[in-house]
Design a protein around this ligand. Structure first.
Ligand SMILES: *Cc1c(COP(=O)(O)O)cnc(C)c1O
Length: 385
């Protein structure tokens, strides 16, 4: 028996007819770049999470860079983010010349520790850096502690980005992270809970002016709607570049595919709850830690991550039974050679470093059937015993 870590084919079987029809429609229409599906998807994503505006882009990494560029974050600015995250969260900071300041995580949720965030802001200030932005990551599917983090960001006059690449669709007290963040970013990489058939990403915001600047940035700094209103251009504004931008558009094909996947996304999030609850019930007494979701939170369960003392031993034992595992993340960002000289981690990150040694993720997707899951649970229990 070989089990998929994330079974994308099960989803494909469910909606293959609709996806194939959407692809055929775009191929016949021929508007492959910024075709009508792009704006339609943006509208639907806004409706899904209650954001006023959504800007699609080429990937979840660019989605993080776009608001930073729009806000003019640069040299001398400190941007605070977890070290226990995928590289992209931190990668965009050297891009714009900002200094990454890594913040430790909470031991139960693996998300940003608000108390350490406050200490890190004070340390950065003492060093002469200007605290500008907090990037909270919604790791493994669940929302960060937004009420606490947003209050700290506001008190310090900083912007807040929610990196929801793994967690688009998560909620806290019934609200999406856009209720607290100035910008919410996500990724449509195929393995993310809402994934396309290639690369893609999006930024959500309630700030129309920010959307307008990011719309310019994603298309080579073309004159934005506000630029066109404020200036009389001698040439077609399309060819007037009012800022240094980039090429970061979502393909029409991917937008059309995502519209079909978004239609079943709420149902898939519900299916993931059932899978996660069965795992928790089956494993709680057999491992060091099963995942805890923040009070009032709903996770999209991008990963189901447990902690065990002998992670390598467990991975080997499970492999022998056809059960794949993965480690997110074995080396935190502040310990990566490329980042060490550029970044700060005030007071060290003891929780992050401890968790990096014990976490291991099990197969997780909405279509994990009970028999397969019982096999996985039994295999973990047999090793733990
Ligand atoms: C996947 C991911 C990203 C980057 O998304 P890409 O679409 O792969 O560029 C950013 N942040 C986090 C936390 C991620 O998991």
């Amino acid at each position: 028996m070989t089990i998929a870590f994330i079974d994308l084919q099960a989803q494909r079987q469910r909606i293959a007819g609709r996806i194939d029809a959407a692809i055929a429609r775009v191929l016949a229409d021929g508007r492959f770049v910024m075709g009508p599906d792009v704006a339609e998807l943006e509208r639907q994503l806004s409706a899904f999470s209650g954001a006023q505006h959504t800007l699609s882009c080429a990937n979840g990494t660019d989605a993080l860079a776009l608001p930073l560029m729009a806000w003019g974050v640069g040299p001398g600015d400190a941007v605070f983010c977890p070290s226990f995250t995928f590289a992209a969260t931190a990668e965009v900071l050297p891009w714009v010349g900002a200094t990454p300041v890594f913040v430790d995580v909470l031991p139960d949720t693996y998300n940003m520790d608000p108390a350490h965030l406050e200490a890190a802001i004070a340390a950065a200030r003492a060093e002469g850096l200007a605290p500008k932005v907090v990037i909270a990551v919604d790791l493994f599917g669940q929302p960060a502690d937004y009420p606490a983090i947003a209050a700290i960001a506001r008190k310090n006059g900083m912007k807040l980005i929610a990196d929801s690449a793994q967690s688009f669709g998560c909620t806290l007290d019934g609200k999406h992270p856009i209720a607290w963040a100035d910008a919410v970013t996500t990724s449509f990489f195929p393995a993310k809970p809402l994934g396309c058939y290639g690369d893609g990403g999006a930024v959500q915001t309630n700030d129309a002016a920010l959307w307008d600047v990011m719309d310019s940035l994603r298309i080579h700094g073309k004159a934005s709607a506000a630029d066109v209103k404020a200036t009389t251009f001698a040439h077609d504004p399309k060819y007037m570049n009012t800022r240094i931008g980039m090429n970061s558009r979502l393909d029409t094909l991917q937008a059309a595919i995502l519209i079909e996947k978004l239609a079943i996304f709420a149902d898939e999030i519900a299916l993931r709850q059932t899978v996660a609850q069965r795992y928790n019930a089956g494993l709680r007494d057999a491992v060091l830690q099963v995942p805890e979701v923040i009070a009032g939170g709903v996770s999209t369960w991008a990963q189901y991550t447990i902690e065990v003392a002998d992670r390598d031993g467990l991975a080997n034992a499970l492999k022998g039974q056809g059960v794949p595992t993965a480690v997110y993340y074995p080396v935190p960002m502040h310990m990566q050679s490329a980042y060490a000289p550029l970044s700060r981690a005030p007071g060290g990150l003891p929780v992050t470093e401890a968790k990096a040694r014990t976490v291991v993720s099990l197969p997780m997707h909405p279509y994990l059937d009970e028999a397969t899951q019982d096999h996985i649970i039994a295999a973990v229990r047999a090793f733990a015993r």
